[in-house]
Design a protein around this ligand. Structure first.
Ligand code: SF4
Ligand code: SF4
Ligand code: SF4
Length: 272
């Protein structure tokens, strides 16, 4: 089970490097690493690539938001910022705490969807993760966004400015708050999270094994674990699997069944 984390980190590195190479290096590498765009959710939906779209639907139904922990470059950028933070010796260790879900994520997702339907692509260009990545890449290779922003008659400079501002915001957000951007702003994350009730596999805490040490809650970059209630909000879990790694009791796992407190004593404890 702990190997899941290693596999997901390796996949994230692979797809991130491929995405940067695809967007920044240019046509020479396009055929080799173009797969990094074809496996992104929104580009595959827009290109009506049924294979990739069906794959992500099935993968999300089966495992939850694995797209967010492996393939999405903006998720990986936030993770890089968080990792840098954790290795700065003079900084106070970052200990996350459970945060309630914010309803604004649904409003942002609704605005995004309405804009897409009406063809008002300015907002999708700014908040959809693959477009954010394209804008960021534009600061190195402006032609990466020329066509995109050209459709709005504003030119590549807008994409470059948007990319630099986005990069700073994403890095600062990841550095300070983990995956708050993913669970507040990103419409793709919100959409994938809506499927969590149907997921085959969930992150669950076994109350019979859990000692309440808080290690999993403190390391959860999505701030979606509430140890006092033995609760994991799977709609916001980005499947980083850090919680599984830090738990010495093997009390938190990716599993198919939902856990319930096993004894009246534990049920009372779980409600506190
Ligand atoms: S929530 Fe959005 S930005 Fe975050 S990893 Fe998922 S798709 Fe990427
Ligand atoms: S790390 Fe394990 S034992 Fe500690 S609070 Fe989390 S689930 Fe319980
Ligand atoms: S619950 Fe938190 S730490 Fe555990 S896999 Fe999900 S996001 Fe990662």
């Amino acid at each position: 089970m702990k190997n899941l984390r290693t596999i997901r980190i390796l996949l994230a590195i692979l797809f991130f490097v491929a995405a940067v190479a695809y967007l920044c290096i240019g046509p020479g590498m396009r055929h080799i690493v173009g797969v990094s765009e074809r496996v992104q959710i929104i580009p595959s939906v827009i290109a009506t690539c049924i294979g990739a779209t069906a794959f992500w639907l099935l993968a999300t139904f089966a495992l939850g938001r694995v797209y967010c922990s492996t393939v999405c470059p903006i998720g990986t950028l936030q993770d890089i910022a968080l990792r840098v933070r954790r290795h700065i010796p003079w900084m106070k260790p970052l200990r996350f705490r459970y945060k309630p879900a914010l309803q604004i994520r649904y409003h942002i997702a609704a605005i995004y969807l309405i804009c897409l339907i009406l063809g008002l692509v300015g907002i999708p260009y700014l908040i959809e993760p693959w477009n954010i990545m394209r804008n960021i890449a534009a600061s190195i290779r402006p032609s990466a966004v020329e066509m995109t922003w050209g459709t709005l008659w504003v030119g590549a400079a807008t994409g470059i400015v948007a990319g630099i501002v986005s990069l700073l915001l994403i890095l600062v957000s990841g550095f300070l708050f983990g995956r708050d951007f993913c669970n507040t702003v990103c419409p793709i994350g919100t959409g994938l999270g809506l499927l969590h009730q149907s997921n085959l596999m969930h992150i669950e805490i076994n109350p019979d094994r859990c000692t309440g040490c808080l290690k999993c809650e403190e390391i959860c970059r999505a701030s979606c674990i509430k140890v006092t209630g033995r609760l994991v909000d799977n709609s916001r879990c980005v499947r980083c699997f850090d919680c599984i790694k830090v738990c010495d009791e093997e009390a938190i796992r990716l599993q198919s069944n939902r856990n319930r407190a096993a004894t009246p004593l534990l049920r009372r404890k779980a409600r506190t």
